[in-house]
Design a protein around this ligand. Structure first.
Ligand code: HEM
Length: 406
């Protein structure tokens, strides 16, 4: 018997980890604006609708929660917030634009290019160390490491702290889906530890400002309407950049590596034509879709595809579904095509005012990574079972046995 929309478990982290592309297709075909009663939200699966909602922040607010878990456990939201802090991801205009402007210039391509050599060097080291082990868990040794190290280079944090920051960062994303309060406590403890780490790091920047290209120096010196940002806002900026900056590029690297292995013709094509790398990274972003969902809240009664949505309703944007929508990508949406022509339409970074601030950094990291992988170990093999991390938020892999071969 085939799948029915009633069997789709949109608030279950395991559902997302199962890569449920058949379920997404069913939703697109039968219920593109789907009322998921158990979760008390609407699920949006069509590309055009995800775009329309993301580009209308007045009607669809980000200020009342951006994660499924916040609907499930509203009592937990306060525990993760700083009383005087604002985070750009969860703020609406006009304040959103003011906050985003503080750091935006650091995330332009031209400002990021100077990091290229440092990122390339750490990619090489991670690949070579994993290669020495024969079959190694690529997730642990390559993708997670590359992701955290890159964002720590960006934030200019001491190398000795990187491993601990990775551990603490992971408690934030898994904490979002914690089913038990005890597990959620781990996320709270992690948040507290990150908070106190960045209190010290920001105090150091205040006492010893670094160059004008230093992100945290900009944060401590920035003023909006003549006022410095409250410390809590500066802290949320740092914690957000650290977590958003690595929990997302890790899946791009891990699942992208897996995907190219599953599409040997595309791997060979890319190995032989490096000019395709920028397009290929966009295609891997589409095919992998590192972030499963973001949410919005309707600010007024409205209608979508003839379905009535009431003010206050919660809305889940299903990015992996939008990124495989046949209407945009055609019949081969499930395949990787490194030369796909319209790949700029992919929605892995969202769209509209909240479009990922770190998109250029993520692309740069992905481009350097796949270039190095295909130069050093073009004949790599996946050599065992792949295990994915249950999460409503990120599409991470926990175990990816790979033999790196040159
Ligand atoms: C492959 C990697 C990445 C993916 C797939 C990704 C995805 C996303 C998505 C889906 C959003 C929300 C869009 C929305 O709500 O409309 C977002 C926002 C954001 N991302 Fe990323 N991200 C990635 C890498 C990064 C990196 C490397 C950084 C930091 C350096 C970063 C920082 C942010 C920030 C600060 C926001 C909030 C922007 C705003 O609200 O204006 N992300 N990202």
């Amino acid at each position: 018997m085939g799948l029915s929309v009633g069997e789709i478990a949109l608030d279950d982290p395991r559902f997302y980890a199962s890569q449920p592309h058949a379920a997404y297709r069913l939703l697109r075909e039968q219920a593109p604006v789907f009322r998921y009663e158990p979760g008390d939200f609407w699920a949006i699966s069509k590309h055009a609708d995800v775009v329309a909602i993301s580009r209308d922040p007045a009607l669809f607010s980000s200020a009342h929660g951006v994660a499924i878990d916040e609907r499930k456990h509203p009592e937990r939201i306060d525990a993760r917030e700083l009383p005087h802090g604002e985070m750009m991801l969860t703020v609406d205009p006009p304040r959103h634009g003011q906050l985003r402007k503080v750091l935006a210039h650091h995330f332009k391509t031209s400002a990021l290019l100077p990091f290229s050599e440092a990122i390339r060097a750490l990619v090489r080291r991670n690949l070579d160390e994993a290669a020495e082990l024969g079959v190694a868990n690529f997730a642990d040794l390559v993708s997670i490491r590359t992701a955290i190290q890159t964002i720590c280079v960006g934030l200019d944090l001491p190398r000795a702290d990187w491993d601990e920051l990775k551990r603490l960062s992971a408690t934030q994303t898994t904490g979002f889906d914690a089913s038990a309060d005890a597990d959620f406590q781990v996320a709270i403890d992690g948040f507290e530890a990150l908070r106190s780490y960045f209190v010290d790091a920001l105090a150091d920047r205040r006492a010893h400002p670094r160059g004008e290209d230093d992100w945290m120096t900009t944060l401590v010196q920035a003023k909006i309407d003549g006022e410095h940002l409250p410390l809590d806002t500066q802290l949320l900026f740092c914690i957000d950049l650290l977590t958003a900056g690595n929990e997302t590029t890790d899946p791009l690297i891990a699942s992208g590596t897996l995907g190219l292995w599953q599409h040997p013709d595309q791997r060979t094509r890319l190995r032989d034509d490096r000019e395709l790398i920028p397009n290929a990274v966009n295609e891997l972003l589409r095919w992998v879709t590192p972030v499963h969902t973001m949410t919005r809240t309707a600010m007024a009664d409205t209608e979508l595809r003839g379905v009535e949505i009431a003010a206050g309703d919660f809305i889940v944007l299903l990015y992996p579904s939008a990124n495989r929508d046949e209407e945009v990508w055609g019949d081969d949406a499930d395949r990787i095509d490194v030369a796909r022509p319209n790949v700029a339409k992919q929605l892995a970074f969202g769209t509209g005012i909240h479009i990922c601030l770190g998109a250029h950094l993520a692309r740069l990291e992905g481009q350097l990574f796949f270039d190095e992988l295909l130069t050093r170990y073009p004949d790599y093999e996946v050599a065992g079972e792949v295990e994915r991390t249950p999460s409503t938020l990120v599409n991470a892999i926990s175990n990816l046995p790979i033999a790196l071969r040159g």
